[in-house]
Write a protein that binds this ligand. Structure first.
Ligand SMILES: [Zn+2]
Length: 332
């Protein structure tokens, strides 16, 4: 527990410092709706970090401001190289590929051929690694992946008959979610950046600061042209790391809703208000809830204190990225 707290403090300090530099209304993504006018878009909107579930719904219901870029084939994607091919001297970078024996393999997102992609993450090890391994998930991914919107990952990675009594209709034909969670929409701050790009920028900066403090860092992605399903991110985090943070920066046209918010696994879903009895137990999350909450508390409080953003607190949530987790985890 002490180690986890130390790591949490490390993340807190570094993330907060970085966010501070961007504290003047940095909004990474915006979901427009039919009522929204250009004037509304041009108004600076406060930051709102929303749970994945809600943003998925909004994304599906509402149209992006910008036209979607040209679709790209999976082959083209694979040919692209990570933006970061090497690190500063003294830091090794290795790829870790999803274990073929993962118990979650049968539930993870599959490509058109029916195979789970060779998901990989990037392991950064400083010469003086202190032994603590922090997984940083830059939320979302490549927006032009042709199969991005295919529903091919089970929301709850257990057989449907175990979900009886969990108060969910995510079973049977409704059991699958989108794999890679693209986010096309440009921010309303300068219309130059979308949420995946912003999350990556934060992740890379936090990574560098943690490395300089001796932490080993694992990135879910280190460039714009990579995709991992929500489930794969958490499975790979469990294979490589001690704790996981998923970085997001959603936004809303609702001016009254802004601030910093952290989420961690729990049976009550903060946004919907619904209770899903047995969620954490069925998913095997119970043992890490206390640590996850500590991390979420520290992060939401710390970022709020450093940036002056309203602290919307830390709350429990029922999210796919949590359902596949095996280590302390939270979303900010
Ligand atoms: Zn997001």
């Amino acid at each position: 527990m002490k180690q986890i707290i130390l790591i949490a403090l490390g993340i807190l300090i570094t993330a907060a410092l970085f966010l501070f530099a961007f504290s003047n209304f940095y909004v990474a993504a915006i979901y427009s709706n039919t009522e929204q006018t250009t004037e509304t878009v041009q108004n600076k909107q406060p930051i709102e970090i929303m749970p994945e579930k809600q943003s998925e719904e909004i994304a599906q219901e509402k149209q992006p401001i910008e036209i979607m870029p040209e679709k790209q084939s999976a082959e083209t994607m694979q040919e692209k190289q990570p933006a970061e091919l090497h690190q500063a001297s003294g830091i090794s970078v290795k790829e870790h590929t999803l274990s073929s024996s993962s118990k979650h393999m049968q539930y993870l997102w599959r490509d058109a051929s029916g195979k789970v992609p060779q998901y990989k993450v990037y392991v950064y090890t400083p010469e003086n690694c202190n032994g603590h391994r922090v997984f940083i998930d830059a939320g979302h991914g490549n927006n032009s992946f042709a199969e991005a919107s295919e529903y091919r990952e089970k929301i709850y990675p257990v057989p449907d008959d175990r979900l009886t009594g969990m108060n969910t209709d995510m079973v049977g034909s409704n059991a699958m979610g989108i794999g890679v969670e693209p986010r096309e929409f440009l921010n309303i701050h300068n219309h130059m950046e979308n949420e995946p790009q912003f999350a990556l920028k934060i992740a890379l900066n936090v990574k560098d600061k943690l490395l300089s403090q001796g932490y080993c860092v694992i990135l879910s992605r280190n460039s714009d042209n990579q995709n991992l399903s929500n489930g794969a991110r958490s499975v790979l985090a469990g294979e490589t790391s001690d704790i996981m943070v998923s970085i997001h920066s959603n936004a809303s046209v609702n001016k009254t809703s802004y601030g910093t918010l952290a989420l961690y696994p729990g049976d009550k879903d903060y946004l919907s208000g619904e209770i899903h009895p047995g969620y954490t137990k069925i998913m095997g999350l119970t043992k890490n809830i206390k640590s996850s909450k500590q991390l979420a508390d520290i992060m939401s409080t710390g970022i709020s204190a450093k940036t002056g953003l309203k602290n919307l607190g830390s709350h429990t949530a029922v999210l796919r990225i949590f359902s596949y987790s095996s280590i302390p985890t939270f979303l900010i």
